[in-house]
Write a protein that binds this ligand. Structure first.
Ligand code: SAH
Length: 221
């Protein structure tokens, strides 16, 4: 299978990544650690070779099973909001291509990522590049349930549009933890950051407009 074979990361790809990082800086991403992670991960590995030349444009792309790899700006924005520290336990809902998971892992997080589409979960299992990240654990399941057996988490990130803030994900957040969730209908969402204080009280911040594929209920075979 194509996804299982190593691919080339040459000076051209590296140059394009530098330009992408510069573009993200100009759009307001200021966390150097996040930008360094994006600069070091070959995004073209996550896409069909047909998209190789445009892999470093700041836009979303189709992947397997009618899903998308998020726009780099969105990945950078959500990651920056999470204030990742080394060894943070992070729950991700919507593994998709695993690009976001790799950015978190590159920052030293212990990533627990759930995908509801079996085909996509299996496809990513073949992906050669993930061997670099033993700190990513992937699960086939329904993100609305979270991962009770591994809770609590320092951080939670949802990479699909949630119609509401899923209560179990807030429950599974540690006191002092942060969650970043795009909330809203199909046509557009508000990026919400949920802060749980030391006493378990929850505050919500609204941080701009985004467009994600929907967070669906249940597992898909
Ligand atoms: N983080 C991904 C973005 C993937 S798009 C990346 O970096 O490529 C959103 C993903 O969320 C899709 O793969 C979709 O199948 C998945 N998804 C939607 N609803 C879900 C749910 N309830 N639980 C787990 N995954 C879900």
């Amino acid at each position: 299978m194509l996804h299982s074979k190593p691919r080339e990361d040459n000076y051209l790809h590296k140059g394009l990544r530098k330009q992408l990082v510069q573009a993200l800086r100009e759009k307001g991403i200021s966390d150097d650690r996040v930008l360094t992670a994006i600069e070091s991960i070959p995004r073209h590995f996550f896409l069909d070779p047909a998209f190789e030349r445009i892999a470093y444009e700041d836009r979303a792309f189709p992947i397997a099973a009618d899903q998308t790899i998020s726009q780099p700006f969105t990945v950078a924005f959500q990651t920056q909001l999470l204030e990742i520290k080394k060894f943070d336990k992070v729950l991700e809902i919507g593994t998709g291509s695993a690009y976001q998971a790799c950015v978190l892992a590159e920052l030293g997080a212990m990533v627990y990522s759930i995908e509801r589409q079996r085909a996509l979960y299996d496809f990513v299992s073949q992906f050669f590049f993930l061997k670099n990240y033993p700190n990513i654990k992937r699960f086939y399941g329904d993100g609305y349930e979270g991962l009770a057996s591994f809770a609590p988490f320092d951080k939670v990130i949802v990479t699909a549009a949630a119609p509401f803030i899923p209560p179990k994900l807030v429950e599974q957040l540690k006191p002092g933890g942060l969650a970043v969730i795009p909330v809203g209908k199909d046509g557009g969402q508000k990026m919400m950051r949920i802060v749980k204080d030391k006493d378990g009280r929850v505050k919500e911040e609204e941080l701009g407009d985004f467009l994600f594929v929907p967070m669906l209920t249940g597992k898909h075979r």
